[in-house]
Write a protein that binds this ligand. Structure first.
Ligand code: 1HN
Length: 347
């Protein structure tokens, strides 16, 4: 793009005469509209679990899950205060459910994921199937699927929610509805979806598109993911930029598990250090296990278990593990790929 068009009093007067007619000169904004490369408005940020947890438990003293509908503290990027955004395009929040509580059934056009952090006994019902959420599990709520959460344990349960809300808002396609009754009735046995679709097998007579473009597996248990990553790290050696990374796949077509949010987990062994890379997607990372630091541009952030980190689009990132790490990540990459926007660069 060429340089700025200079402003003369005559031109300025002309531009002002255009405004009441709802017209604007493109040449005055073209350069800003078409920068040579992306410059994210989001900033790198880390929410320390240790400091957020007491505030979430305080929310648990002040209101019930039912009153709140969802008792969540939104992880707002400092650049987007009041906008419920963690990166430019994705929402993340930490949700608390206490023993015996119900988060009532509802549905919406936004897709949601849960990454389970703490506690035993919480479950979610999705479209008639219940799944118990254990620490490290990645759970999907497909768009427009009824979902409610409950808790049969005796300690607080906390998980990370990730949603594509800012994207659905951009398209002005938010629809939502409440269920007639607190929680939906369960029509399939627990574990049914995972058995049918998550065992390297597929039903002979069902195409697996029961949730449209979303994976029919809606709980990817940490136990299996962790085991796969440990074996892969031992077996194949680790990538210099990615460490050992596996993405959560839709078994029906091998694509991403969700149509609007990409998800993967990275395993780094103690002392491992990745080389800087950058990509067009904005990333939210949640530490399942381990400690270390992530460098994002010139910002160095340390991380500990359950911390959440926002990594803005097109910023150089590299990781250093001070103990064995398992890092859950989600981003808008799948949309970039579908629309032909995705780019990455490795140092
Ligand atoms: C939602 O439905 C949940 O179902 C969590 O747990 C967070 C944030 C925005 C909009 C809907 C849930 C949400 C949400």
């Amino acid at each position: 793009m060429h340089g700025e068009v200079s402003l003369t009093p005559e031109r300025q007067a002309f531009y002002e005469s255009l405004t009441p007619a709802n017209l604007a000169p493109l040449w005055a904004v073209l350069k800003g509209m078409m920068p040579p490369e992306p410059k994210s408005k989001a900033v790198p940020f880390r929410w320390s679990y240790e400091s957020v947890r007491p505030m979430l438990l305080k929310a648990g003293e002040l209101l019930t899950a039912e009153e709140a509908e969802r008792r969540v503290l939104v992880l707002e990027n400092p650049s987007f205060q009041g906008m419920s955004r963690t990166t430019s395009t994705l929402y993340a929040g930490l949700q608390l459910i206490l023993p015996g509580e119900t988060a009532p059934a509802h549905r919406h056009t936004a897709s949601a994921l849960r990454f389970m952090i703490e506690g035993e006994g919480a479950f979610t019902n999705v479209d008639g199937e219940r799944t118990t959420m254990r620490p490290g599990d990645f759970v999907i709520t497909p768009n427009w699927a009824w979902h409610d959460h409950g808790h049969e344990g005796d300690q607080p349960c906390i998980w990370l929610d990730g949603l594509d809300v800012p994207i659905v808002q951009f398209f002005e396609t938010i629809f939502s509805g409440g269920y007639d009754g607190k929680s939906q009735s369960v029509t399939r046995a627990e574990g049914d979806s995972l058995a049918r679709f998550g065992s390297g097998l597929l039903p002979l007579d069902e195409d697996g598109r029961r949730y449209g473009a979303t994976s029919p597996i809606f709980n990817y248990p940490f136990e299996r993911t962790r085991e796969a990553l440990v074996a892969a790290a031992k077996g194949g050696g680790s990538d210099p930029h990615l460490g050992t990374t596996l993405r959560y796949a839709n078994p029906v077509d091998g694509g991403w598990a969700m149509p609007t949010i990409s998800t993967w987990m990275t395993h780094l062994q103690k002392g491992e250090q990745t080389k800087p890379m950058r990509s067009t997607d904005g990333i939210v990372m949640c530490v399942a296990e381990g400690t270390g630091e992530v460098k994002i541009g010139e910002t160095v952030l340390t991380f500990a278990p359950h911390d959440v980190v926002a990594i803005p689009a097109w910023s150089w990132r590299s990781f250093k593990a001070s103990s064995d790490c398992f890092l859950f990540c989600f981003s808008d990459r799948v949309i970039h790929e579908k629309l032909g926007f995705f780019r990455e660069e490795r140092s």
